[in-house]
Design a protein around this ligand. Structure first.
Ligand code: ISE
Length: 339
């Protein structure tokens, strides 16, 4: 049984506690740390955990009874506990984004390489989604020829909070598209440009310009547009369509029964994001648990994937600020990260 210490017992942290405790096998949460101890205490109580509440993340990470660490704190608070876990020689699963700047993500890559082995798994859970896996398989099979164009839709019904900002869209939402596109196209990025569309008058978040359109250029020349709409009103809608030389493949729709009634054919989609990728969240965490238990290393995606996403999101933020297309330059993947 893998003894996990979780840092950050807010919303996604609680979701992970729930699935590890009630749906997955091979691990239990035996330690919790949150900046607000009452949050950790509440989580322990709500999920009936037999877990120690730590006063600092250092104590949790360095406790010999903790085998591996989960980092689920705020996006900008991931760096320190990840570096400390590497130093302590413990595998660490971190929520996305790995960090909020490429400079910080590079520190993680450098620390891992210096340590001589891999410790970090990044929570880009879409790679474990059965729909995205089918899409990846079809693209890789060559059935549609080389991928030329893509179009993605990342719509949430409403922004996460009323203080959600234009910049938050990049590291909170778009970061998933950044990771999955480089994975699906097996390609690196050449440039990125972010444009702002006519503002949605229903948007309640004052510091959010919405919707945005990302134009992503791959090294191969393939072009992808990503619609980032945080105010769809109607629900959480994730779409991906890839156009190849001989055909098109699309991410399957969410499974849902059709209802025929009063002159309409209706089927439901999710209202918010927490349920859409439940299966993917389960699979990524089970993969982490199994890999650490059996091989003492994390599963994919790696710290390098986290770094690639950070380099790209930095440039997306630059494009938001300058209104220009920004070139992306990335070092060769170090041998350390080539499987
Ligand atoms: C949220 O934080 C997530 O990670 C979801 O996957 C994403 O689709 C949503 O836009 C984010 O707010």
């Amino acid at each position: 049984m893998l003894r996990l210490g979780l840092i950050g017992s807010g919303s996604i942290g609680r979701d992970h506690i729930d699935r590890i405790t009630n749906a997955l096998s091979g691990a239990s949460i035996t330690g919790l740390y949150d900046l607000f101890p009452e949050s950790a205490e509440k989580a322990a109580k709500d999920f009936g955990l037999n877990a120690k509440i730590y006063a600092t993340d250092d104590e949790l990470i360095n406790d010999p009874t903790i085998d591996a660490v989960l980092v689920c704190s705020r996006n900008d608070a991931h760096l320190a506990p990840i570096l400390k876990s590497i130093k302590a020689g413990k595998c660490v699963f971190t929520e996305k984004p790995m960090t909020t700047t490429s400079e910080d993500s590079k520190k993680i890559v450098d620390a891992e390489i210096a340590s001589g082995r891999r410790f970090v798994q990044v929570g880009f859970m879409r790679r474990y989604d059965p729909g995205y896996q089918m899409l990846k398989k079809m693209i890789d099979s060559g059935d549609i020829g080389a991928p030329l164009l893509g179009n993605c839709r990342h719509y949430t019904a409403r922004p996460a909070t009323n203080y959600f900002t234009t910049e938050n869209v990049i590291n909170d939402a778009f970061i998933h598209e950044i990771d999955i596109l480089h994975y699906l196209f097996s390609d690196d990025y050449k440039s990125i440009e972010i444009k702002f569309a006519r503002p949605n008058r229903l948007n309640q978040a004052k510091n959010l310009q919405d919707p945005q359109l990302a134009i992503v250029e791959m090294k191969s020349g393939a072009l992808v547009t990503v619609e980032l709409n945080m105010n769809s009103q109607y629900g959480y809608d994730i779409q991906c369509r890839v156009v190849g030389e001989k055909g098109i493949v699309c991410l399957p729709e969410v499974q849902s029964c059709q209802m025929r009634k009063e002159g309409q054919i209706i089927y439901n989609i999710h209202k918010d994001w927490t349920l859409r990728f439940v299966e993917a969240y389960k699979r990524e965490m089970q993969a982490f648990i199994n890999s650490v238990l059996n091989e003492n290393r994390p599963a994919a995606p790696s710290a390098w994937d986290g770094y690639v996403a950070s380099v790209t999101s930095d440039k997306a933020l630059e494009s938001q600020r300058t209104g220009k297309k920004v070139t992306i330059e990335l070092e060769e993947t170090p041998k350390f990260y080539v499987e």
